[in-house]
Design a protein around this ligand. Structure first.
Ligand SMILES: Cc1ncc(COP(=O)(O)O)c(C=O)c1O
Length: 431
């Protein structure tokens, strides 16, 4: 459009709920990374949390075989897929899962949005929590309450914290708590006892829990525990193939509903039928094998766990030795080092906020991390690093071929991550 012709849509009314969602600091970091890369600077991409591993061959060959499947599928999801999902939840968690209480969608993110739309609840989030839960609440004009956690506690919500907010709250709205384990951004995993204690409080106060278990199979010791074991009547489980099957771009996730929440499931099927209709047929058919108990799938998952465990341990150790407060991650792709112990030195260096910290670190070392403020953590100088900047196909193959291969950042395949760790540590020493 030329400047001389006025834009007839300049005053197009935009939904105010959308305008209320602020631009995240993550976007600014991504834009800055791209600009620096264009200017020829080496960037270590520790911002983006995507699986570095290829989709298992088994799933790829099924997708090729089903490429001609072209019909719309049942809105709730392809029955054999829902049966496989329910079977996995029964096998791995001992849950009373049934295909009729599973809803399949185009990624768990879309289903979480649908859930918040279907419910008229106040959202409860431990700070820090994954970046999209709160903006989804804002888009829907739902209230959201953050509950503080502590780094010495691995940034995990405690039963005491949950109890205290329940006592202090004045509103009458039902509450929906989102718990995420293994956790993005901290890499922490809730133990059986912690979940039991939280379940007791949730049950006492009638709090509905959405247990986001998208990294479940990436618990490094294979000891993931679903909240639904301890609070079966009040927990919805959310999961999918994006992380532990390396298939984020396939867009397939699910929600498992407990007995007694059929009305909620029904309303979510209405939302699904009026929005995405169903997940693509070939993707649903090819994903069945991801949930089945096959040696090929188990071998893939075990090798991914081993690789991520070795990297997480070595990477976090190096940052800890450089003076940051960081727990060793127990699952997933992330850790959340806290730079607060160095706040004075950082301030003398002109760094006043966590957004400054992310920007200066990127400009001066080329390492991109995400500010904790995007995860609801405002009073700590914490950055989330995703230690996934390596060739996952190559390393996975090496790990599968050599069961005794020691995974640490000395491996040639992990050279970039070692350089990123070195640059962060050198930068800290120079402060
Ligand atoms: C904690 C968490 N939950 C949910 C999702 C969304 O996953 P999906 O690909 O199933 O939409 C992500 C993706 O980054 C995530 O990190």
């Amino acid at each position: 459009m030329t400047t001389s012709t006025p834009n007839p849509f300049a005053d197009l009314p935009i939904n105010p709920s959308i305008l209320r969602v602020p631009k995240s600091a993550t976007l600014a970091i991504n834009e800055k990374s791209k600009a620096l890369q264009r200017a020829g600077k080496r960037i270590y991409r520790l911002g983006l949390g995507q699986s570095p591993f290829p989709v298992p061959e088994l799933m790829v060959s099924r997708l090729q075989a089903y490429a001609r499947a072209k019909d719309y599928m049942a809105v709730q999801g392809y029955l054999p897929l829902r049966e496989a999902i329910a079977g996995m939840l029964r096998r791995t968690e001992g849950l009373d899962s049934q295909a009729r209480r599973i809803l399949v969608g185009p990624g768990s993110k879309e289903l979480l949005f649908g859930l918040q739309m279907a419910l008229d609840c106040e959202l409860l989030l431990p700070a820090p929590s994954w970046v999209s839960y709160e903006p989804q609440a804002r888009l829907l004009s739902r209230p959201c309450r953050w509950i503080e956690t502590r780094p010495e506690n691995g940034w995990k919500l405690t039963a005491g914290d949950l109890e205290q907010q329940a006592r202090e709250r004045d509103g009458k709205k039902r509450q929906l708590l989102i718990l995420n384990s293994p956790n993005n951004p901290s890499g922490a995993c809730y133990s059986e006892t912690e979940l039991q204690d939280l379940a007791e409080v949730a049950r006492r106060h009638g709090i509905l829990v959405l247990s986001d278990e998208i990294y479940s199979e990436l618990h490094y010791r294979g000891e993931h525990r679903s909240m639904a074991r301890y609070y079966p009547e009040g927990t919805l489980v959310s999961n999918g193939i994006s992380k532990w099957a390396g298939a984020g771009g396939w867009r397939l996730g699910f929600l498992a509903f407990p007995e007694g929440l059929e009305a909620l499931l029904k309303s979510m099927i209405v939302i699904a039928s009026e929005t995405f209709t169903s997940v693509s047929a070939p993707i649903q058919m090819a994903s069945i094998c991801a949930f089945e108990d096959s040696p090929a799938m188990l071998d893939y998952i075990h090798a991914c766990r081993r690789v991520m465990a070795g990297i997480g341990q070595d990477f976090s150790r190096q940052l800890r030795e450089a003076g940051l407060q960081v727990a060793e991650p127990e699952g997933g792709f992330y850790c959340l080092p806290d730079f607060t112990p160095m706040a004075d030195r950082l301030q003398n260096y002109g760094i006043e906020s966590v957004a400054d910290l992310a920007t200066r670190l990127l400009e001066e070392t080329g390492v991109a991390g995400l500010p904790g403020s995007d995860f609801g953590l405002h009073d700590h100088l914490a950055l989330r690093f995703a230690f996934v900047d390596f060739d996952g196909a190559e390393l996975l193959q090496a790990a599968q071929e050599k069961p005794d291969l020691v995974i640490d950042l000395q491996l040639p395949q992990l050279q970039r991550l070692q350089q990123a760790a070195d640059r962060i540590c050198d930068w800290l020493h120079r402060l």
